[in-house]
Design a protein around this ligand. Structure first.
Ligand SMILES: Cc1cc2nc3c(=O)[nH]c(=O)nc-3n(C[C@H](O)[C@H](O)[C@H](O)COP(=O)(O)OP(=O)(O)OC[C@H]3O[C@@H](n4cnc5c(N)ncnc54)[C@H](O)[C@@H]3O)c2cc1C
Length: 592
């Protein structure tokens, strides 16, 4: 046994089957798959769960209509199958979303699409034309999309006039026709990732398997072959509860996404990429969150998938009842992924794309309440000759044969395919460990899974309890909806703050929010939340609340102090740091 127990925490066995570096959606899905197959697992992240690209995505669970043009039929088929599966396994977080593809006429785009399918990207760009893809091209694409999607539970695609009832209010003069189809939205991949790890922990506990998640830790392979997992200095005064682990893993998986090359460099003294070349050739993509009533009303219940002036794909998506999410750009990026920021040119570009679709909304920069930017962990070696949009979104599992123990890196991937990636990677890892595949996650729901009907019943039940506890009706319903929206079937537990919480906390609201105080304890005790930023950005998702104020940050910080997670003397500094981070990363200004 070897743990420098700074914390007095429980000892963790030195021998562990697999250490996964990176607690993004892929690392978390893989951890769950491996535990399902009887492996002990330690997950190490140098930040928080889902602090990387997972939260900087467009948040769609989709087949990837446009990948058809690049001949990626296998990827589209796999993505559609996973989309259909995730709708069943996590219906509280993955919801169907109808899409509309506005087109300016019947013809156009056919020659370009054919050239693209044949791999002639430069010809495709030359032939793309200003009018974009026509109705026939879109109809062919949607027909193929339907064909590849077995098991979808919704009506098939169609082509309709843009003026038909219920359609988004796009410029019908410019776009008289629209393709209509369905995909899905995962509004909070942060919560999906946390739930994957919660489920992995539950499975491990049921089988007495060691399982550990270490956030804000770094891993380094020592000369004697042991892996040293050490805490980084914790922000906020009270240090992480965990000490140093000295592990002897049987295998390591580098699931650090856009950081894969940097992680390899830090983990081992020698560069392991084949002939020293980097594995990742990332591109950055930015999104805007727009608070504009006319645009939101004009979208209705649909997302719009269109082309910007330069032919690049752009999504205009409902984001809750009030906001609109617009994305994205696709620009080669070579720096530290953590340093990627949305710039003014990207904001103008995305706004221009929306104005082209919805000229009536008269959208201005003032409506942009925040933005965010992430780096796609795309494979470097496939980038040759293709525009950034054309680089494959397929994932690769790369084994590093020169490493002193079995070591793999995951390159690429999508939110949508996290589960199938995990299933494939687990099979390869288990084979090397000499173990059979005994289970898969194909039909295992996430802990919060509940249907729309069950969610409504839960909202009704929790509202009634909140009213009985003295909250006015609309406040009670707001609280119930917020908690069910985040935690699904786990809402009742979350509301009560996990085990042993007082009933009074369950319905006492965090100042300035619709969430109860006890939820902070739940996120800390049950979901590895440690800091104010963990809570605001990745557990409660308040970062996307356009009405978020410093008052609420203060209320959460006070709960963290009560829980012993934050020193009272550090509260002001922690709040100031989060306010500054929001301005820097999201362009978001908080008021008191
Ligand atoms: C702009 C954009 C839009 C996208 N839109 C979609 C979409 O709509 N649908 C879709 O399916 N996919 C989408 N994707 C792709 C998808 O988001 C990513 O492929 C996916 O999130 C990658 O997850 P990951 O777990 O591999 O990486 P990440 O989420 O980046 O996780 C990596 C983790 O590793 C940690 N880490 C970094 N260095 C170290 C280290 N040295 N040691 C330990 N931990 C470390 C990080 O903190 C991070 O938590 C989009 C991506 C981008 C950028």
């Amino acid at each position: 046994m070897s743990i420098d127990s700074a914390s007095g925490g429980e000892e963790f066995p030195t021998a562990v089957d697999v250490v996964i570096l990176g607690a993004g959606i892929n690392g978390a899905a893989l951890a769950r798959e491996l535990v399902l197959n009887g492996c002990s697992v330690v997950v190490v992240d140098d930040d928080d769960i889902a602090a990387g690209t997972t939260r900087w995505s467009t948040r769609l669970v989709h087949g990837g209509l446009r990948y058809l043009e690049y001949g990626e039929l296998g990827l589209v088929r796999e993505s559609l199958a996973e989309r259909n599966r995730l709708l069943q396994l996590a219906p509280h977080l993955v919801r169907p979303l109808g899409f509309v593809v506005p087109v300016s006429g019947w013809f156009g785009g056919l020659r370009a699409a054919a050239a693209r399918i044949l791999g002639c990207e430069s010809l495709a760009r030359r032939w793309a034309g200003k009018r974009g893809r026509g109705g026939i091209t879109v109809a062919c694409g949607l027909w193929l999309y339907d064909l590849l999607s077995t098991g979808a539970l919704w009506p098939r695609r169609c082509l309709v006039p843009t003026t038909a009832a219920g359609m988004p209010a796009v410029d019908a003069d410019r776009f008289p026709l629209a393709g209509v189809y369905d995909d899905a939205q995962m509004r909070f991949p942060e919560r999906f990732t946390v739930e994957l790890l919660v489920d992995a922990r539950t499975i491990a506990a049921g089988r007495s398997l060691p399982f550990e998640v270490r956030s804000r830790h770094t891993a380094h392979l020592e000369a004697d072959g042991r892996l040293r997992v050490a805490p980084l200095a914790a922000p906020g005064g009270v240090s992480s509860a965990a000490g140093v682990l000295h592990l002897t893993p049987r295998a390591i998986v580098n699931a650090t996404g856009a950081w894969v090359d940097r992680t390899l460099e830090a983990l081992l003294p020698v560069r392991l990429g084949a002939d020293g070349a980097p594995l990742i050739g990332g591109t950055k993509g930015s999104h805007l969150l727009v608070d504009h009533a006319a645009l939101r009303a004009g979208l209705g219940v649909h997302g719009v998938y269109a082309e910007a002036e330069d032919g690049r794909p752009v999504f205009v998506l409902p984001f809750g009842d009030r906001l609109v999410l617009v994305g994205t750009t696709d620009i080669p990026f070579h720096g530290d992924p953590a340093a990627a920021r949305t710039d003014g040119e990207e904001i103008d570009y995305l706004l221009a794309a929306v104005r082209r679709l919805f000229p009536g909304a008269a959208l201005s920069r003032g409506a942009v309440v925040q933005h965010y930017c992430g780096v796609r962990p795309l494979p470097a070696r496939r980038a040759d000759g293709r525009s950034p949009a054309g680089i494959t979104r397929r994932h690769l599992l790369i084994r590093h044969p020169q490493a002193p123990l079995p070591l793999w890196s995951i390159v690429g991937g999508k939110l949508t395919t996290c589960r199938s990636l995990a299933e494939g990677a687990a099979a390869e890892i288990l084979a090397v460990l000499g173990r059979p595949v005994t289970a898969t996650s194909r039909s295992r729901p996430l802990p919060g899974a509940c249907s729309a009907r069950e969610a409504e019943e839960l909202v009704g039940r929790l509202s009634a309890r909140a009213v009985a506890a003295g909250l006015p009706g609309p406040v009670a319903e707001g609280l119930a909806r917020s908690v069910v929206g985040l935690f699904g079937a786990q809402a009742e537990r979350a509301l009560e703050g996990g085990a042993g919480a007082s009933a009074a906390d369950a319905f006492a609201l965090l100042a300035g929010s619709r969430l109860p105080r006890g939820i902070v304890r739940y996120c800390c005790d049950e979901e590895w939340g440690e800091t104010l930023a963990d809570l605001v950005e990745r557990r409660l998702l308040l970062v996307f609340d356009p009405d978020l104020t410093v008052t609420t940050l203060r209320a959460i910080a006070a709960e963290l102090v009560t829980e012993g997670r934050l020193g009272a003397e550090s509260v002001d500094g922690e709040i100031a740091a989060l306010v500054a981070l929001m301005a820097d990363r999201y362009g978001k200004r908080l008021v008191d």
